[in-house]
Design a protein around this ligand. Sequence first.
Ligand code: ATP
Ligand code: MG
Length: 575
Amino acid sequence: MKLSKMHLKTLREVPTEAEISSHILLLRANMIRKLVSGVYGFMPLGNRVLRKIEAIVREEMDAKGAQEILMSAVQPAELWQESGRWDAYGPELWRIKDRHDRDFCLGPTHEEIFTDIARNEINSYRQLPQNLYQIQTKYRDEKRPRFGLIRSREFIMKDAYSFDKDWEGLDKSYQEMYDAYERIFTRCGLTFRAVEADSGAIGGSNSHEFCALSEIGESQIAYCEHCDMAATDERAACVDEAMPQEEELAMEEVLTPGTKSIEDLCKFLQIDEKKTIKALLFEVFNIPKYKYVAAFVRGDRELNMIKLVNALDIPEHDIDFADEAAMGEQTGCVGGFTGPTGLHDCTIVVDSELIGAKNMVAGACKVDHHIKNVNYGRDYKADIVADLKMIKEGDPCPKCGAPVKMARGIEVGQVFKLGTKYSESMHAYFKDENMNEKPLIMGCYGIGVTRTMSAIVEQHHDDNGIIWPVSVAPYHVIITLVNSKDETQCALAEELHDTMLARGMEVILDDRDERAGVKFKDADLMGIPVRITVGKKACDRIVEYKLRRDAASVDKTAEEAVEEAVAFIEANRRG
Ligand code: ATP
Ligand code: MG
């Protein structure tokens, strides 16, 4: 490919909307273009990268016997109503109507569609196990689309669905996908961790997230260096700290003017945060059995929202912080001074650690007042007791007790054991060996293909641009022709281009009528793994050979440069 003929418009300036390296560089290198917030198109170079990632995904999925199909993005509401998710999914679901006023959505995921296929086309245990997948465009009307391809509203996902006749079969299907994912992300050049995860709105019992390690990642990972514990912070179980077994003292109301925060309260009373109870107030929508919820954790702890919604068994989007004044009228809570003893007509959810904590200080549900010596059981009771805590660096590992470490990651894939959630609600049954009707046992497995592209750039770049791993690079080699008016240089550059093309390399020849500096800058920005520069020494058939990841270049004969480039690419092209 000659660059003079290629559609390429690199940008010198940093686009204003882009905050993180991958977003900036993908835009600057003309890999992607924004249409509207959270909606991107792929330009020639970006499209090639995308196809390479997809090819890796396909190879590894096919190697596990999964079969590729392609379903529509448009999904009828009826299927979502059957599974119960038309209401449960919330505003992220991109709902549309046809001219007859019928409801549809643009699929954010395809459990309903694949379950529908299975119930119509799988009748017998003889057809099992099966794993069907697609690489297809998904839509999620995200609240805050950001970071370019990392959180967009339209994105490409590989989604796979496995169907088994029993739970052992599901375990095996799940493990195969887990193994395939490890290979896929390794081949994409990512440094990642597979961690236990919450199964969220999809439902189901068991799940792992694959997180590409990165400071800009939205997933917080807790892991242990002494055992194999690794989980998202949302999921990681917390160990309750054993508190001293004091004698229960009588409750005592104290004046604590203006002490709305735990910090102020502890300063004022000269006590440790661990002796206090923190209240968090919520309102629940659309769920008849709940209205207001007060959650309590120890003063030094942070509330884990996922654990709270799991304890309540409600969707995350049906709960929000309460309007304290409105909640106060019904329940007696008082902003900044709420404690568990003065509340009525609301659901009280208490962190398990507070059960054994003696003589705590809590809000008095009265302005400028707290109560000392509050004890669980004697002074207040919970509607629900659960682990509500957010794990933090240094907390004891829930498996072995060693201090946990925290890291950030970009969730590039997730695998779920769905079990019978969809096969029961949508009646996807098969006949077993004894002609008994049984629900299909399902798993589902997603990879954010476009998000993976960004994650690769996050991990592989420098100040000058992208440094693509060979396995996903848009081209393998760029030949930079220093002076496109010099016939000797042109001839050698063309010769190198043709030779390498004949050797199966993907080559670009930068034959543009530009200054050498501009060409070098663009080559660095695009991140092509090998650069061969044809300049003044062309008359002696000497060229400069440089890997994008290295700082220095080396003079070589044209023949040596070709051999070295071919050997390097061949060794790395599969990743
Ligand atoms: P997140 O927690 O980041 O919102 P999710 O857990 O809802 O993601 P899944 O339903 O597990 O996402 O979807 C499978 C994969 O699709 C994710 O692992 C991720 O790589 C990708 N993905 C999900 N949402 C987006 C998005 N808005 N933009 C780009 N990729 C996405
Ligand atoms: Mg996920």
